[in-house]
Design a protein. Structure first.
Length: 154
């Protein structure tokens, strides 16, 4: 009911089930096909925190706004997030109410203390635009290359 659709598109439910089972996945779908549902639904089903790492703050803002308008707690942390906003977000993580935390890869690169602090709460990590690393190589956001260690930290 969160997404306004009565059925899944092909492969979406398989991806959701695999996420619920804790399996790593590489999901390649066309723009507008419903990739976000594939990581949003598992978090809503389990009531857990999902980290979403994305290169574009404007797209993350759109996602946070959409989720919030649908009654789902979501926030964005970037280099421009104020101290008071970071404190509010940490309080929501610690009380278990935050479902989605959107981060830029650059923020993650410098947030090891944050990751250690929240690791018991995180159940899923979604890395948006990960395919660009293989398409663009070292020319694409160098911070993406360091994202593999997040899995080990969490």
């Amino acid at each position: 009911h969160y997404f306004g659709h009565s059925s899944f598109r092909p492969k979406q439910w398989d991806i959701v089930k695999n996420a619920l089972d804790g399996k790593d996945q590489l999901v390649l779908m066309s723009t507008g096909y419903g990739k976000s549902v594939c990581y949003q639904l598992p978090s809503l089903i389990t009531g857990s925190l999902t980290l979403v790492i994305s290169p574009l703050i404007s797209l993350m803002n759109d996602q946070v706004t959409s989720l919030t308008l649908n009654g789902v707690a979501a926030s964005l942390l970037s280099g421009t997030t104020s101290q008071s906003e970071r404190e509010r977000i940490m309080a929501e993580i610690e009380d278990g109410s935050l479902r989605f935390l959107y981060l830029t890869p650059e923020y993650v690169e410098n947030a090891s203390s944050l990751l250690h602090r929240i690791k018991s709460r995180v159940k899923l990590i979604a890395i948006d635009e990960a395919h660009c690393v293989s398409q663009w190589g070292h020319d694409f956001r160098s911070s993406y290359r360091g994202l593999a260690r997040i899995r080990n930290t969490l």
